[in-house]
Design a protein around this ligand. Structure first.
Ligand code: AP5
Length: 237
């Protein structure tokens, strides 16, 4: 299978606080551009649901809203990146979340002959995050994300993507956990904004806009990056 770096595909990070819309935008990119979404949150929830030893270790930490150890999430990403990658590029959703994770990602990509092209920062006000997280509902079958007020499950209660009828709320989508998750974001994850800015990879996007408008802004960022990458390749050819 073709490694992402060998094509015009981009490898990107979606960076932003809990509820910023990372998962929503990642699913759009998967659908529109054939990219692969690697969400450490989804991987950890799957480990929990499977009852694996890792899943049992992380359950309480996740419900509280704290970060799982770097070692666990880096291992999950290493395992996934070492498998086959389609040509569409990779979206890192919710990873990295600490500076050691960012260093580990860079080393891993280098080992694989890949590189990170863009870190998209979704900027959203804290007040909006509370509303987004407390109203979130997810299709249990396919993971499509809804919101009680802004994107309700359609009449008839069927998921628009897969037709599923079972919808769930996350155990960590409550006021206490959200407070802890926000604190973890500002303390441990927000330093990555400076880190990627210093590397020339940071592209901020207004995450307060409507979902379609955010998607359009992200698409513009990726198209610009792809053009820059093509020019860079021409120069080095
Ligand atoms: P994770 O699953 O990654 O959660 P998170 O970062 O808190 O982000 P969310 O999934 O809550 O939000 P999102 O940005 O994806 O928003 P969404 O698109 O769903 O992590 C969960 C836990 O796992 C962590 O707390 C930690 O314990 C652990 N973990 C995960 N990764 C880790 C790591 N790397 N290291 C250590 N621990 C880790 O949207 C939210 C809602 O808003 C939806 O209802 C949606 O419909 C709505 N919405 C989206 N966009 C818009 C918009 N533009 N306008 C209006 N509404 C919108």
């Amino acid at each position: 299978m073709t490694p992402a770096r060998a094509t015009s595909a981009l490898n990107i990070i979606l960076l932003g606080p809990p509820g910023a819309g990372k998962g929503t935008q990642a699913r759009r990119l998967v659908e529109d551009r054939g990219m692969v979404q690697l969400s450490t949150g989804d991987m950890l929830r799957a480990a929990r649901a499977s009852g694996s030893p890792v899943g049992r270790r992380v359950a309480e930490v996740m419900d509280r809203g704290d970060l799982v150890t770097d070692e666990i999430v880096i291992d999950l990403i290493r395992e996934r990146l070492s498998g086959d990658r389609p040509g569409g590029g990779v979206i890192f959703d919710g990873f990295p979340r600490t500076l050691p994770q960012a260093d580990a990602l860079e080393a891993l990509l280098r080992e694989l002959g890949l590189r990170l092209d863009v870190a998209v920062e979704l900027r959203v006000d804290d007040e909006a995050l509370v509303d987004r997280v407390s109203g979130r509902v997810t299709c249990a079958a396919c993971g499509e994300v809804y919101h009680d007020r802004t994107r309700p499950v359609p009449d008839g209660g069927r998921c628009v993507v897969c037709g599923g009828t079972n919808f769930v709320r996350r155990a960590d989508d409550n006021a206490d956990s959200l407070r802890t998750r926000l604190f973890a974001y500002y303390k441990q994850t927000s330093p990555l904004i400076g880190y990627y800015h210093a590397k020339g990879l940071l592209r901020p996007v207004d995450g307060m806009a409507a979902v379609d408008d955010v998607a359009q802004a992200v698409a513009t960022v990726l198209d610009e990056s792809r053009t820059a990458l093509a020019a860079e390749r021409r120069e080095t050819a």
